[in-house]
Write a new protein. Structure first.
Ligand code: CTP
Length: 430
């Protein structure tokens, strides 16, 4: 997440922070500090394992609240029962959420104060997993996470990167400030109106990987930041979002269904599988070509010199969705990544692909757009004639702000804030 969210929504909010065991538990001290700075009242529960990594005293000092550790504490029960503890919060956050606590939550266990509070709560719950990569990818953990998500529990991360155990991969806890931003986004979403409630959206994001052989592939520099931010922004406005993501190292955005794919063909199938939808936003940097016949075995060096790769054109996902006949989403938005003549090329793409809008950006070397946190875009909307689009130029913004503006523009178009008479059967304007 790269934008500065509106942290003012945090002021006065009450959080129950459940800290479970794991090396990432120490980061909770920073999390508590950042939340307190923004006016959040934090009550913390530490599991027994968490106390091996962080002391109740340091958590109490930073939260300026009593810290709870024991299910059967007579003094705690007389002051604040575990039921009240779990109810007197606007949001329950489990960070770090270990494999163990996720398993116990999924099984509905209540064998310590943390899981008892989680079982007893009537408040939204956000889990922020952190564990070794093998533990995270273990089918048991994945099954537990799916169960929790089906029950409406929100999840942030884990992120990919170097881990304390020396391994590399997905399992790192999302950084404290990103957790604060996600919590702010949650409360902002709760308080804002949801103009896209009841709308379904499919968003493509990230690069695609096109195999050459089992170990090599063709790829590009897309980070997925812009597409993921669009998915999060649409979800924040109430849309039911399916994010079809190529291989990226970003954490899954909150409240979004994520389908992970590798190739353009898989991305197309997953995008079509997410139909019917009201909105399609194709932000992925789809590889234009794949190797026509990827080798089944690793291509070896030989006396004949380097191999010749014969390429075949990939399906155009944006054009396919835009020309999907009755299954066409009502609003189809593409991106145009150009290194020169941005507006002219973008206008040509708008006409050629049959979409409604194009978000055009300059990705020339030096703009820092690919992989960066900012973006400067033009929004082209189909005008009376395909070659004469209506153009809006936006200032340089963070990718999250570009996403928020785009989501708002989509909401204004699909769900204009004017009261339509209930007898109005005309199709909504695009
Ligand atoms: N796109 C797509 N499927 C493809 C290629 C592109 O869905 N096989 C979408 C992108 O997600 C983006 C838009 O089409 O929304 C434009 O992508 P871009 O890479 O700018 O253009 P291309 O169509 O690939 O054309 P070119 O490479 O010639 O600029």
């Amino acid at each position: 997440m790269s934008a500065t969210p509106d942290y003012s929504v945090l002021d006065g909010k009450r959080l129950l922070l459940i800290i479970s065991g794991g090396i990432a538990a120490y980061k909770c001290l920073e999390l508590i500090r950042r939340l307190r700075e923004r006016g959040v009242r934090v009550r913390a529960v530490l599991t027994q394992a968490a106390q091996q990594f962080v002391t109740p005293l340091s958590v109490a000092a930073l939260s300026e609240e009593k810290v709870y550790t024991d299910l059967f504490s007579l003094t705690d029960e007389s002051e604040m029962g575990h039921i009240r503890l779990s109810r007197e919060a606007d949001l329950v956050v489990v960070a770090p959420a270990s494999a163990d606590i996720l398993a116990r939550m999924a099984a509905g266990m209540a064998n310590d104060l943390a899981t008892t509070a989680l079982l007893a709560t009537d408040k939204p719950v956000l889990v922020v997993p952190a564990m070794n990569v093998m533990m995270w990818t273990n089918p048991a953990t994945q099954a537990n996470v799916r169960i929790l998500e089906q029950r409406g529990i929100r999840r942030l991360g884990p992120a990919a990167g170097d881990m304390a155990c020396g391994e590399v991969g997905s399992g790192r806890m999302v950084e404290p400030m990103e957790i604060v931003a996600a919590i702010a986004a949650f409360f902002a979403g709760q308080s804002a109106s949801k103009p896209l409630a009841g709308r379904r959206a499919v968003v493509t994001s990230g690069p695609t990987h096109e195999p050459i052989d089992p170990v090599r592939y063709i790829a590009n520099r897309s980070s997925g930041k812009q597409g993921h931010a669009v998915a999060a922004a649409l979800a924040a406005l109430g849309a039911d979002v399916t994010l079809v993501s190529g291989p990226v190292t970003l954490a899954d955005p909150m409240g979004v269904r994520v389908v992970r794919v590798e190739t353009a063909a898989e991305m197309l199938a997953a995008s079509q599988g997410a139909l019917p939808a009201d909105i399609a936003v194709c932000a992925a940097a789809v590889a234009d070509w794949r190797v026509a016949a990827a080798a089944g075995d690793k291509v070896k060096k030989g006396p004949d010199g380097p191999p010749t790769l014969t390429l075949a054109e990939n399906p155009d996902i944006l054009a396919t969705l835009a020309q999907a006949g009755p299954a066409r989403p009502r609003l189809v938005v593409g991106f145009a990544a150009e290194t020169r003549d941005v507006l002219a090329y973008a206008a040509a793409k708008l006409a050629k692909k049959g979409c409604d809008w194009i978000v055009a950006n300059d990705v020339a070397t030096g703009t820092g757009t690919f992989g960066g946190d900012d973006n400067q875009v033009h929004l082209l909307r189909r005008g009376a004639a395909p070659e004469a689009p209506l153009i809006e130029t936006w200032p340089r913004l963070s990718k999250t702000e570009v996403a928020a503006r785009l989501a708002q523009a989509i909401a204004d178009t699909l769900s204009p804030p004017i009261a339509l008479s209930t007898s109005n059967n005309n199709p909504e304007p695009v």
